[in-house]
Design a protein around this ligand. Sequence first.
Ligand code: NAD
Length: 499
Amino acid sequence: MSELTHYIGGKHVNGTSGRFADVYNPATGEVQARTPLASKAELDAAVANAAAAQPAWAALNPQKRARVLMKFVDLLHRDMDKLAEALSREHGKTIPDAKGDVIRGLEVAEFCFGAPHLLKGEFTEGAGPGIDMYSLRQPLGVVAGITPFNFPAMIPMWKFCPAIAAGNAFILKPSERDPSVPLMLAELMSEAGLPDGILNVVNGDKESVDAILDHPEIMAVGFVGSTPIAEYIYSRGCANGKRVQCFGGAKNHMIIMPDADMDQAVDALIGAGYGAAGERCMAISVAVPVGEETADRLVEKLAPRVEALKIGPYTAGDDVDFGPLVTAQARERVLGLVNSGVEQGADLVVDGRQFSMQGYENGYFIGGCLFDRVTRDMDIYKQEIFGPVLSVVRADDYEDALRLPMEHEYGNGTAIFTRDGDAARDFVSRINIGMVGVNVPIPVPLAYHTFGGWKKSGFGDLNQHGPDAFRFYTRTKTVTSRWPSGIKDGAEFVIPTMR
Ligand code: NAD
C-alpha cells in the first residue's frame, strides 16, 4: 500500500497531521493507498508558499503564462495512458471514459491558450476633455478549488487552468476518494515550466476545506460536489467575504415526445443513464415519455438494453459499458434507494441489485436498474441517486412533462427528443435549467462556452470554464486618466459628469 502526499511549492510533501483516508480500488474492494488529510497548519503553509510565488507569476506577460499550458497539454497527451490507468484504478470508470475525463479538462487548458486575448480590458479614448478611460482584468492573488470524486482530472483542470492563466496562484483540494490524478496533474504543470508554488495540491477533508473557507488570503473559492456541501461552502465562504461559485447535484430529465426517433432516444438514454455507472452530474436519471403509447414503446425497447449492459473492472478492456461505484458506502446508498423505490410502489422492470462480478465479488458493482411508473412523491424521484438507475415517469402531455423538470429542485441539465422544432423551441425558451439538449442527451458545453446549473445545482453568478472562468478568477480595475495639458480648471466640488 502506498502513502500519497500533498504537492506544495513544486514538490511532494508528506502529511504531518497524522490523519489519513484510505483510497480503494473499487473493482476489488482493496485499499491501495492512503492519502494524508491536511491540518489547518498544513493548509496555511501552502497558502503562504502560494502567496509568495504569485506576484512574480502575475508579472509575467500573459503569453508566457499561456505557453506553460501549451506545454502542459503536450504532456497530458504524452501521459494519457498512465493518467487514465491511475484514474480508473481509483474511480472505477472504464479506460475510454477515464480518457474522456482527461480530455474534457485538457480542452479547457487549450481554451486558456487564449488568455492574452481573454484578459484584455476595454478602452475609451477621449471620454472627456483630455480624459481616457480603461479597464484592466487583474488576478485576485491566491485562489482555491474544491473538487468531487467523479471527474478527478476534468474538474481540477476546469478550475486551475483559467485561474493560473489569469495570473493567480492556486490551492487545489481534490476529493480524498481519488487523489492520485490531481497530484500527477500538478507534477505535469511543474514539468511544463510552472514556477513552484503556483499550483499546490492539499489533500484533505472538512478540516482543510474549513481552513480554505476561513483563510483571509484566499480570495476566491470554486467548488463542485453535492448540493448540501455546495450550500455550506457558499454561505461560509461568502460570509468571509470571498468570491464563491459552487456547483451541486442534479436530477436530469429527458423528455421523449411521441414523434421522437425511438431508437435514437433509447441509445441516448442507455449512454447518458448508465455511462460511468450513473456517477455524472449530467447523467440522465429521469426519462419522461409523453403519452402512454410512447411510454410503452420506450420501456419495451429499453428493458432488454438495460439487461444487456456489460459491467466489469476497467482492466477488462474497452468492451465494458461501466464499472463499479466508487465506494462500498456509495453502493449501499444506491441499493437503499432502489429498495425504497420498490417499497414506495414503483415498477422495477430491470433489477440489478443481485449483480455480482465473477472474480471481483468484493468490488462495488451493481447492475443496471430500470424503474417504470415512478411518481414525483417517491424518494427515487426526489433524490439524486448517482448510480446506474433510470426512472421512467409517464407524462400525459407536453405541459405535464415540462412541469416535472420545472418543478424539481435541481436544475443542472435536461434534454428533449423530438422532430418538432416548435416544441423544441418552446422547451428551450421556457425551461428553468442551465444546460439544455435538443436531441442531445448530455448537453455539456464545450470549453469555450460556459458550464453551470440553475436552482439547487448552482450557487453564485458566474459559470465554470469559457469566458466566465476568467471573469471569476480576475477583478476589474477601471482607470480614468488625464495627463497635464497646461489647462488649469480649478477645483471641482460637484461629482464629475460628462455633460
Ligand atoms: P461531495 O460533496 O461529497 O465532495 C465534494 C468535495 O467536498 C470533496 O473535495 C470533499 O472532500 C469535500 N467535502 C465533503 N464533505 C465535506 C464537508 N462536510 N465539509 C467540507 N467539505 C466537504 O461530492 P462527491 O461525492 O465527491 O461528488 C459527487 C457530487 O458532485 C454529486 O452530487 C454530483 O452531482 C456533483 N457534481 C456536480 C457537478 C456540477 O458541475 N454541477 C459536477 C460533478 C459532480
